[in-house]
Design a protein around this ligand. Structure first.
Ligand code: SF4
Ligand SMILES: [Zn+2]
Length: 468
């Protein structure tokens, strides 16, 4: 079936990583642009494969090129609602091709072709062919398929407009429903190939953290293949509607994660947050010094106020781990009325990249919009603190209340001091630092002690301005 393709095509190549030193070219990714889209269409010519723009033989080794993958499918029983789920399979199936690496989804894709594959005569047309065969094998409902690969900058730019419209259409549909309106949620275990205990729970209010699959997509996929990676999850009893905890969701997550995760809160990053595989569009992270939450997206290239970039933070909380204080999420979830509702929603958000903030202008409560700093106003926790004070962010009230609770009558602290000169808190009950993983060198016998999800408690916290 793959006999005309000069490289091997098999699931065994899925874990292959192509490092910069071994790559012939990079396609799409953070330094260029690209996207993938699958659409149900009519009257298509089965097997029509096209490359518009230069193929690999016309590319220069070591360069980065724009990249679009546009797949059209047709079939009597193919519903439009299946587009998102079939499209999500492009990631795994592309990685079956030896010498081709595919990361992420939608307009975040990032691909590389290895030098070996190029030297073996591999072309993008071969990739298109492999993808068309693999998709048809995986989804027998696809009777006809066409694949168009775009590598010219102008074409890819206009393709991005098309994809944006299609993604927006899918995303906005899911906004019509909320968690209370349905009896079933859906689970997805597609990412267990690299995060073996990870289970996504997809609800009307919580689009999957990869951003590519919503509740409607899952409903169509589960109907098409009830035994597949996407399946129905009865909600069971509501344990807590605010945190988003449901008895049967817990039971299913425990079962599908082989007992690794026993409870999840759908709408909180504290106690039992949803696990994170690795393809999340953004990470929400707790900032203990401010008792607030920051958001960083995959596209953000700089450092977060914690002093680490997205990639380092993603490494700490991915792989299917449940890490209190960190949760991977989709950008669409930030448009949900239930977005981190148990933690205070946008009233608790104290930092996010400008690009993300601007994309949420209709969803962040108007009175808060100007009170949330971005990388332009704050690059460190100190900057954020100053910005929050100057803009009267409601988190100050929260901090003040927790301080009032903690300070004894004998030790009054003036009203505004927390942001001026620092303050002291005596409270043995609140963690003051949270570390997903911390390694402490052992004594002389070469032992290494690793604390996972360590919380540091202090009897007394003294916060001082530098130099005081
Ligand atoms: S991130 Fe979740 S919903 Fe998306 S493919 Fe992976 S397991 Fe499925
Ligand atoms: Zn994933």
């Amino acid at each position: 079936m793959f006999k005309d393709i000069p490289v091997d095509v098999s699931p065994m190549h899925e874990g292959e990583r192509i490092r910069a030193a071994n790559m012939f070219v990079e396609l799409a990714g953070p330094k260029s642009m690209g996207a993938e889209l699958i659409q149900v269409d009519e009257d298509i010519e089965n097997g029509d494969l096209k490359i518009i723009g230069p193929d690999l033989s016309e590319m220069t080794e070591g360069e980065i090129y724009p990249f679009g993958v546009y797949v059209k499918i047709q079939g009597d029983k193919l519903e439009k609602e299946l587009e998102g789920v079939i499209e999500r399979r492009i990631h795994e199936l592309s990685n079956y091709v030896k010498g081709f690496m595919h990361l992420n989804q939608r307009d975040q894709i990032w691909c590389r072709v290895s030098k070996e594959a190029f030297e073996a005569g591999f072309k993008l047309l071969d990739y298109a062919k492999a993808l068309s065969i693999l998709l048809q094998e995986d989804f027998p409902l696809i009777e006809k398929i066409t694949v168009t690969i775009l590598t010219d900058e102008t074409d890819v730019a206009s393709f991005l407009e098309t994809t944006k419209e299609a993604y927006d259409y899918r995303d906005s549909r899911a906004r019509e429903l909320s968690d209370e309106d349905v009896d079933v949620f859906y689970g997805c275990t597609m990412c267990q190939s690299f995060a073996p205990s990870h289970v996504c729970i997809v609800t009307p209010d919580r689009t999957a953290l990869c951003g590519a699959i919503n509740w409607f997509d899952c409903r169509a996929a589960a109907k098409m293949d009830p035994e597949g990676a996407i399946f129905e999850v009865e909600k069971g009893d509501v344990i807590d509607a605010t945190t988003g905890e449901y008895s049967n969701v817990n039971a299913v997550v425990a079962d599908k994660s082989q007992g690794v995760t026993e409870r999840i809160f759908l709408h909180s990053l504290f106690d039992y947050p949803h696990t994170s595989c690795g393809c999340f569009e953004a990470v929400a992270f707790y900032i203990p010094e401010l008792d607030g939450i920051g958001i960083v997206s995959r596209d953000f290239g700089g450092e977060t106020p914690l002093g680490i970039p997205f990639s380092t933070m993603a490494g700490q909380c991915s792989g299917g781990k449940q890490v209190e204080g960190f949760v991977g999420l989709s950008l669409e979830y930030m448009r949900s009325p239930k977005f981190l509702q148990a933690d205070g929603a946008y009233e608790r958000i104290v930092w996010m990249p400008k690009e993300v903030k601007e994309s949420l202008i209709e969803f962040i409560p108007g009175e808060l919009y100007d009170k949330i700093p971005t990388e332009e106003e704050a690059g460190s926790i100190k900057d954020i603190r100053r910005f929050l004070r100057e803009n009267e962010h409601p988190i100050r009230e929260r901090l003040k209340q927790s301080r009032e609770l903690a300070v004894t009558e004998e030790e009054p602290v003036s009203d505004t001091s927390e942001f001026e000169d620092g303050y002291e808190v005596e409270d043995g009950g609140t963690p003051v630092a949270y570390v997903p993983q911390m390694t402490v060198p052992g004594s002389s016998n070469g032992v290494k002690i690793i604390f996972k999800n360590a919380k540091i408690y202090a009897e007394k916290v003294i916060i001082k301005k530098n130099g005081k």
